[in-house]
Design a protein around this ligand. Structure first.
Ligand code: AHM
Ligand code: MG
Length: 336
C-alpha cells in the first residue's frame, strides 16, 4: 500500500476524536499554532533577503521598522493565539510576566507556554532554529482569565507539547500522549503533511551533544560520564561522536531520530524548565527516551517561577540512565 497523505489538522482531529466528549477546541488551538509557525517559517526563510536580521530600530527597504526575528516570532504567536478563543493565558521565554488574553477576546480552557525562536544565536549564520510549545489545562476556577498558577504546572500534567523546526525543511513534531508524530511543511500547499508517524527513539545512541567549552564548570559526574563515552569509542568499540549545533531544537531533533544524548548540565543549567525542558521531556518520553536533571525526572519537577532554569539531560533511555548513574556515584563519593 502507498503511504497515506494526511495533514496535521486531520491527524490532530483523529486523535482528539479518541477522547469521549471532545469538542474540537484542542484541534482548533493547534491549527492556529501551525498558522503562526508558517508565518514564522516564511520570515525565517527570507530573513537574508529582507535584512530582517538587523537590530531593532532599523528601517527596511519598504520604510517599515525592522524587527529582530525573535521579536517577530514572539509577536506572531501572541497575535495568532491571543485571539484564538481557546486560551486563558500564555507565557513565553521572551516575556517577563504571564501574557494575558487581550480584552474583548474569548477566554478558553487551555494554557500555552512557548519559546518563540529557540537557538537565536544561530539566526545570523543560517543554522536551524525552532519554536517550542507546551499546553496545559487551566486549573484555576475563580476567573475566566488564567493566572501564574495555571502556568506553574508540572511537565507530567502537560496535555500536549511539540516544536517546529525551521531547517532544510520546516517540520512540526508533536505529542498529545499518544506517541510522537512528525509533519513536514509542503510550501507549495502550505500544509504540514504526515512524514514521521509514531517516532521511536533508539534505546541507545551513538551521539553526545554538549558544549565542551564549559567543561571546567561541569560537575564531577558529568566530567566522568563524558570521559567514559570517549573511552567507549577508544576501547570498547561503541563509537560515540560529538554533535553540537548549539540550537536545542536542532540538537534534540537529530538525536530523537538517530539516538543519542543531549546535555546541558548543572549546577543550575541554562535551559528553561517551562519552555524548553518540559515540552521536550514529554516528547522524548513518548518516543521511548528519557529526560532528567541527573537526580530527578524532568516531568516530575514542580515549577516555582516562570523562568526557572534546570540542568537538562535528554535523549536515548539507556544513555540517560547511564548518565544518572555517573551523576549519583559522583554525588555519593563527594558526600563520603
Ligand atoms: P536561547 O533560548 O537564548 O536561544 O538559548 C537557548 C539555546 C539552546 O537552543 C541551546 O541548546 C543552548 O542555548 C546553547 O547554549 P550554549 O551556547 O551555551 O552552548
Ligand atoms: Mg530558548
Amino acid at each position: 500500500m502507498q503511504n497515506k497523505i494526511k495533514t496535521v489538522q486531520q491527524h490532530i482531529l483523529d486523535e482528539e476524536r479518541m477522547h469521549p466528549g471532545a469538542t474540537g477546541d484542542f484541534t482548533a488551538l493547534l491549527t492556529t499554532l501551525t498558522l503562526a509557525a508558517k508565518i514564522i517559517s516564511r520570515e525565517v526563510n527570507k530573513a537574508g533577503l529582507v535584512k530582517i536580521l538587523g537590530e531593532t530600530g532599523e528601517v527596511n527597504v519598504h520604510g517599515e521598522a525592522v524587527q529582530k526575528l525573535d521579536e517577530f516570532a514572539q509577536q506572531t504567536v501572541c497575535r495568532a493565539m491571543g485571539h484564538n478563543g481557546h486560551l486563558c493565558v500564555m507565557a513565553s521565554e521572551e516575556a517577563q510576566n504571564i501574557i494575558p488574553i487581550p480584552d474583548g477576546s474569548t477566554r478558553g480552557k487551555y494554557v500555552l507556554m512557548f519559546d518563540p525562536l529557540d537557538g537565536s544565536s544561530n539566526i545570523d549564520v543560517n543554522a536551524c532554529i525552532g519554536t517550542i510549545f507546551s499546553i496545559h489545562h487551566k486549573i484555576t476556577k475563580d476567573h475566566e482569565d488564567g493566572s501564574l498558577e495555571d502556568c506553574l504546572q508540572k511537565g507530567s500534567d502537560q496535555i500536549g507539547a511539540g516544536y517546529f523546526i525551521y531547517g532544510s525543511s520546516t517540520m512540526m513534531v508533536y505529542t498529545t500522549g499518544n506517541g510522537v508524530h512528525g509533519f513536514t511543511l509542503d510550501p507549495s500547499l502550505g500544509e504540514f503533511l504526515l512524514s514521521h508517524e509514531n517516532i521511536r527513539t533508539p534505546a541507545r545512541g551513538k551521539i553526545y551533544s554538549i558544549n565542551e567549552g564549559n567543561m571546567h564548570f561541569w560537575d564531577a559526574g558529568t566530567r566522568r560520564y563524558i570521559e567514559h563515552l570517549k573511552e567507549d569509542r577508544k576501547d570498547r568499540g561503541h563509537p560515540y561522536s560529538l554533535r553540537y549545533i548549539g540550537s536545542l531544537v536542532a540538537d534534540f531533533h537529530r538525536n530523537l531520530l538517530k539516538g543519542g544524548i543531549f546535555l546541558y548540565p548543572g549546577p543550575k543549567g541554562k535551559l528553561r524548565l517551562l519552555y524548553e525542558a518540559s515540552p521536550l521531556a514529554m516528547i522524548v518520553e513518548q518516543a521511548g527516551g528519557a529526560a532528567s536533571t541527573g537526580e530527578q525526572r524532568i516531568l516530575d519537577i514542580q515549577p516555582t517561577s516562570l523562568h526557572e532554569r534546570v540542568p537538562l539531560i535528554i535523549g536515548s533511555r539507556e544513555d540517560v540512565e547511564q548518565y544518572n548513574q555517573f551523576y549519583k556515584e559522583a554525588q555519593k563519593s563527594a558526600a563520603d
